[in-house]
Write a protein that binds this ligand. Structure first.
Ligand code: FES
Length: 84
């Protein structure tokens, strides 16, 4: 099981974290990952303060430099790698 945590803190919300959840849900559906990927919300994980982009963790590892412009691509690749 791949566990994805998406920050639901206010700074990430402003940057579009709710859209990240929608994108993630579409990716899971498209790739039939329903049984393999778990999506959870998380409180602030300090990405906003470090200028690291949106707060997203995959299996406990924080992703850096992710924004709405690249989130779909990055998550698809990260999840595929985690499942392989
Ligand atoms: S509000 Fe999301 S990392 Fe801080």
């Amino acid at each position: 099981m791949v566990k994805i945590e998406v920050c639901i803190g206010s700074a990430c919300y402003v940057k579009g974290s709710n859209q990240v959840v929608t994108i993630l849900q579409s990716l899971v559906k498209e790739n039939q990952w329903e049984e393999k990927v778990e999506i959870k919300g998380s409180f602030c994980m300090q990405s906003c303060q470090g200028g690291h982009g949106l707060g997203i963790r995959i299996n406990g590892r924080q992703l850096l430099g992710v924004g709405l412009h690249n989130v779909e691509e990055v998550l698809k690749q990260e999840i595929s790698e985690a499942l392989s």
